[in-house]
Design a protein around this ligand. Sequence first.
Ligand code: NAD
Length: 494
Amino acid sequence: THHFDTKTYKNNVTLRTGLFIGGDWVDPVDGGGLIDVVDPATGQTITSIAGGGPKDVDSAVKAARKAYKTSWGLKVPGAQRGRILSKFADLLEKHNDELAALESLNVGKPFLASKMFEVSNTVNIVRYFAGWADKIHGKTIETNDKKMAYTRHEPWGVVGAIVPWNFPLSMAICKLAPALAAGNTVILKPSEFTPLTALFVADLLNEAGVPPGVVNVVNGYGYSVGSAMSSHPNIDKISFTGSTLTGRRILKAAADSNLKAVTLELGGKSPTIVFDDADVEQAVKWAAQGIFFNSGQVCIAGSRIFVQEGIYEKFLEGFTAYADQLAKATGHPFEETTHHGPLVSKTQYERVLGYIDSGKSEGAKIHTGGEWVGGDGYFVKPTVFVDVKPDMKIMREEIFGPVCCLVKFKTEEEVTEWANDTTYGLAANVLTENSSRAIRMANALEAGSIYVNCALDGGINVPFGGYKQSGIGREMGEAALDTYTQVKAVHINT
Ligand code: NAD
């Protein structure tokens, strides 16, 4: 373990750096070497964690399988799993400050945002699924006058959870909580960039009474630990959140190994559509939050903003003012005045700057923003492109940064076609005061979540997932329980 102290955050927090397997902290046997964990606001190394490899995945699978058979799964009544999960939620709540501090330090997001949107949300997710643990049941179906069948919703067994770096804590928990509630055991692989909160959480699971082996945390790189998990013959299901490219690889590895079940939550290029009849002030607020929240590192970020011609100039003025104001609130995540933090890593920073260059070289115009000047962190200003054409890279590819394209449109038909002209289908935001139009648009848009006169606001009890190449399956809400169980039909002849 290792201690850190930030200038503004006084408490020291113990940082775990090993692997958590079978209820113990262990060193990798198949080491991928040390992985530096970096503070993106300063570029400084916070600590180094031990990266595991395929043999460590194998030990974790053995521990998880044993726990599934002996101390979780069908051995433990749902009510008891629910009680343990509730205790876990209480512990997350108790350690709210430390978790938020770790998340801000590691991801660069403003401390208050970490507290409110990351940790509180996470506590609510665990409580929600804790409540489900004893309410998972099947149906009785009469097949004829002599025969009937009943269904059981049984856990898969061992679930592999592979998560990204943009919301490290809540992404991990929105897999862990329903998987555990349904009776599965889990191997969690955090992103190599942002492992700190997942490692912290392992101790809390222990303290909550989650039996050893029920949750295992294996750090490491995607090509090593992640790929060993996807192709492991004894993992029954993979739940993945990350890029579409990686999702495709995982699906292939699953197909070529044991045909394990796979749930994928992938990328997006979501449209925000602002009609002439929208409340401009509200539209500006939602459109701006929709792309700039978490520095644009949000899978449902509204990165293509279509504005109807009658409102375009007024919207552009308000939106630019919002972006410029946010740029002024750029800073270190622990400063109270900060509302806009850095990108998560140097890699991501360079990727986003690459897209800004590509936009410029393809002929789009930067209306405001661009590169950040000054400071060592990976900051990019809220950036707005205009004069954009549909085939430009910045209109087609996921940038995953605070960068958006503004496009003027004339008709509802036209914008529907443009909005759907993408391989992705995660979300869409519609701003209009006309309720018939809102419903028409909600029906016509090809996306898993439609936000009318709002953005980003996914309730934990609402199913979430992608159309097209944005994913397979749903998380959150009751739908999540379906993805963490398989149905057995028992036929009885009386
Ligand atoms: P990524 O795909 O590079 O990595 C995600 C995770 O997969 C990491 O833990 C990584 O180590 C692992 N990984 C990498 N290669 C792997 C392989 N070959 N096999 C198995 N695992 C592997 O994505 P990222 O850069 O961490 O995250 C950004 C992406 O995540 C964006 O595309 C974003 O849209 C997406 N995302 C989607 C959602 C959603 O719910 N749909 C939510 C958040 C982020």
